[in-house]
Design a protein around this ligand. Structure first.
Ligand SMILES: [Zn+2]
Ligand SMILES: [Zn+2]
Length: 177
């Protein structure tokens, strides 16, 4: 069953858009498994601040995946420090050395990603706690890359660990952050 949930308790970013909350059934099960996979991948992140994983799914197949880390041949945050440590959430992404999980998953995709769904999950590297809610939404640059790649939708977890599904148009507010 798919329900539309009011915007309570989801933070200022999530309140600014519409979204679908999936709460039970086979779709719910698959969604949580794909989010679990993204969360597991985030363990491979080399950033000192945040680890994110992204799994790209099309027609129930994994067509790509990625995690955040320095670009090939460049020093990782774990080796050379992360310039975003202490910087407020969802700002100054360029200070971190990492290419983002969502961006990498699009770059590494070897088939047409049109209408695929991107599942994003992550954790705080210091506390090991899963990140949920608005902090898992893509940054502006990844959002633009998703639009260019014709991704259909984005799935993250809300603060209660339930999946939130957004169409790319529902995420247009990211450009205004
Ligand atoms: Zn970093
Ligand atoms: Zn990004």
């Amino acid at each position: 069953m798919v329900v539309h949930k009011p915007f309570a308790d989801l933070g200022p970013v999530l309140k600014s858009t519409h979204h679908i909350l999936v709460t039970e059934g086979r779709v719910y099960q698959k969604t949580q498994v794909y989010l679990d996979m993204a969360l597991k991948l985030s363990e491979l992140s080399t950033c000192l601040r945040s680890g994110y994983g992204a799994v790209l799914i099309k027609d129930d197949r994994i067509i790509s995946a990625g995690f955040n880390g320095a670009s090939r041949g460049m020093p990782h945050c774990s080796e050379a420090g992360c310039g975003r440590e202490g910087i407020p959430s969802r700002t100054r992404y360029e200070l971190c050395r990492s290419a983002h999980a969502e961006f990498n998953s699009l770059l590494f995709c070897r088939e047409d990603p049109t209408n695929a769904t991107l599942y994003i999950a992550g954790h705080n590297v210091q506390t090991k706690e899963e990140k949920r809610g608005a902090s898992c939404l893509p940054c502006k640059m990844c959002y633009r890359a998703m639009r260019q790649a014709k991704i259909l939708s984005v799935v993250i977890r809300d603060t209660n660990c339930l999946p939130l599904i957004y169409s790319l148009d529902e995420l247009k507010f990211i450009e205004e952050e």
